[in-house]
Structures are given as structure tokens and as C-alpha cells.
Ligand binder design. Sequence first.
Ligand code: ZN
Length: 198
Amino acid sequence: MDQNGVFANLIKQLTKLPGVGQKTAQRHAFAILKMFPQEAREIGQAIIDIKERLIFCSKCRNISEVELCLICSDPRRDRTKILVVEEPSTVYAIEKTGEYRGLYHVLLGVISPLDGVSPEDIHIKELIDRLADHEVKEVIVATSPNMDGETTALYLSKTIRPLGVKVTRIALGIPVGIDIEYADEVSLVRSIEGRREL
Ligand SMILES: [Zn+2]
């Protein structure tokens, strides 16, 4: 097979996805080859759409198709709680459980002294700004239970507590050292329920 041809190129592109090695990519490429042209086009278009049409919510930095995401603009959400996560993928996982009714704030990163990421580099200031109207009574920190996640949690606690807002940390259910986005949904729900004050 032509190693520079279109088929080899599709395999090469697919291996950029997490968990997709050479063999899986080949299987997917052959599956796409068998599809009707319209089906294959829909896959391609869906990929283009998320890159062109998704933006970050102006309030919580979750992914959204409109300026204010569906969670921030939903009047039924509990506006006294903000759950702080590192990435939109965690919002997605928690929302799938349907158990949390508060709001979110996505930092789009964590404080990492080793990697040179300081508090100003992630969306902490925007979180502090959201507390100004005194509607929020509790900030629940759901960063990963690893070194950077803990550093970020402590920094948030130190910064937010003086403002008179309770800061809690998720606890049970999340294995130590893992990335929170890989936690299963039951563990996520338990960890929110078992949160403790920071
Ligand atoms: Zn939002």
C-alpha cells in the first residue's frame, strides 16, 4: 500500500486520537472505507463542527455553542454552589450523572509550579469575579487528587475563604493520583457528596 497515499494518511490522522494505535486506526479506516459517502462525510463534518462552532462560555468557561452555556442560563440550577473543575470533560461526566444541580467553573488547567503554570495563567480571576454578587455560598473544588490538583485546591481555599464563601473539597471515591476526568460516574457523585471543608 502507498505509504503516502490517502488511505495511509487517514490511518496516520486517526492515531492522533487517545487510545487509538496503528491496528485500531487501520480497523477504523477500513470501516470508513465501507461506509456510504454521506456517512463518512457526516463524521468529517462533525469533527469540523466542534472546532468551528464550539466556544467557551463567557461565564464558566465550559464548552458551549452560545455565549452563555446552557447550564449558566438555566434558571432551575442552584446558584448558591459552584463546582470548580480543571477541564470541560469533567463537567460532561458529572452532568451525565444528573445528580449535581449547581453551577460550574472550568479553570482550563491547574496551577503547576513545575510546569511554570501560575494562578494568573488559568481562569481563577474569573471565578473570584463571579463571587462578587454574594449569591454563591459554596465553592466545591473538584480538581484531580494529585500534586497540581491539591496545590490548586489550597490556593483557591486561601483566596476564597476570606471572601466569606465556604470552600469544600471533593473526597471519597476518587482514587489518589488519577486524572479526575477518568473517574467513573459513580465515584464522581460519591466524591461530591462526601466533600469536606477546606
Ligand atoms: Zn457557563
